[in-house]
Design a protein around this ligand. Structure first.
Ligand code: FES
Ligand code: FES
Length: 183
């Protein structure tokens, strides 16, 4: 399985309104097998077809990160991905972070530290933070700023978000064992 979606169709390519393509992928651990218009974005399919509205769309130009989802473990802007490109991929949206009623450590840290205001950017930030902490398990504030610079919050500053990511780093499930071994 490729770690990134397959390449974009040629610019200027056309598709009939009623044209559909089959696409199958794993979404938050469940198999999805559906039909999409060739030019549907992944964001549109997630929200409008699959009714997972946690992922937000704002700029629709790849500039704000509000639509971030994990594609094979890599945070990507779902507004820039055509749905047929995720054939065979493993997707995680914000709905896939919690374990039933139990929030993920990143969600809990955002909640505990009040790193949410209007909340519109929050799903994208949570996904980005999870992916970032997998690659940078003990980050400095500057590393967090750099590592998550693709995610924009329009409400205020990022102080509490950075605090929450640092807090979440202390409890990253997949990193606890590795840290223990290093100790
Ligand atoms: S809506 Fe996708 S990056 Fe802004
Ligand atoms: S909390 Fe409102 S845009 Fe970030």
């Amino acid at each position: 399985m490729s770690s990134t979606p397959s390449s974009l169709p040629p610019r200027g390519s056309q598709a009939n309104d009623d044209e559909r393509l089959p696409v199958a992928f794993t979404l938050n651990g469940e198999t999805v097998d559906t039909q999409v218009h060739p030019l549907d974005t992944l964001l549109e399919v997630l929200r409008d077809k699959l009714r997972l509205t946690g992922t937000k769309g704002a700029c629709h130009e790849g500039e704000c990160g509000s639509c971030t989802v994990l594609v094979n473990g890599i945070p990507m802007n779902s507004c820039l991905i055509l749905a047929p490109q995720v054939q065979g991929s493993d997707l995680v949206t914000v709905e896939g972070l919690a374990d039933g009623e139990t929030l993920s450590n990143v969600q809990q840290a955002f909640l505990d530290l009040g790193a949410v205001q209007c909340g519109y950017c929050t799903p994208g930030l949570l996904i980005a933070a999870k992916a970032f902490l997998e690659t940078c398990p003990d980050p400095t504030p500057e590393q967090i700023r750099k590592g998550m610079e693709g995610n924009i919050c329009r409400c205020t500053g990022y102080v509490k978000v950075i605090d929450a990511v640092i807090e979440a780093a202390k409890t990253m499930p997949s990193l606890k064992g590795a840290r223990h071994e290093q100790a």
